[in-house]
Design a protein around this ligand. Sequence first.
Ligand code: SF4
Length: 256
Amino acid sequence: MTGLNRLSNSSASTYLECSWRWKLTRLDGLSEGERSYFSLGRSVHFACEHLGVGLMKGQLPSLESAMGALNERWVRGGFRTQEEEYKAYDEAVAMVKRLHGQLEAAPPAIAAVEVELFGGVDGLSVPLHGVIDRVDRLPDGRVGILDYKTSKQLGPSDAEKSDQLTVYQALYEASHPGEKVGLLSLHSLRTGRVYDVPPRTPERVRAVIDTYQSVVNGIAAGEFAPSTGNWCSRCTFRYDGNCPAYPVEPGFVALI
Ligand code: SF4
């Protein structure tokens, strides 16, 4: 029997995608190695945080200072070549410039950035953990929860379908009694588009929490099995002998 002391959206997503990969990384302690897209995302998020903190204090930091934050906290791991890193850095600069321009043109009423939450929600037997990129104060007194995205593919349906936004709403409201979430948003840093959706209904929240509870139950019961799909193309364990779905003998036939 495997006990969990907390559950995050990324942990639940990994389990739901492939519970075998969850086991390898979270139970067996195998490393997936550094990834260039994670390094880019973390680096840009540092600059976003820098801009948000400045706005919270009443003054948008200069673009130069945002670039300074990006350079100071640039994460180098995961890039296979210097050329790949240079390309990612150029993309990061463009994203920070775009965000700076947007915040300058229409400064939001930022209430908090990098909000780390940890606590219980109804219907889940372990605490939820999450870090919200930005919480805005809306004109009607409710809050808006916003997540910055550096991924290439992002559209309106991603905000509609995002379980991450749903659990952030549940976690925020559970840990801030009396406060209500009035808006959920994904902000594409590559295009500058912000995809806003209304808060989830209690039924929708309940459905996601039920799914997460099934993850907790599956882990407790030791239910781990490889599940193949397009996500395998990004998986470190595909060819290293740790995944039963991809035997390493010469001439093996991939299942996808
Ligand atoms: S290669 Fe695919 S099936 Fe195997 S562990 Fe990775 S994600 Fe799971």
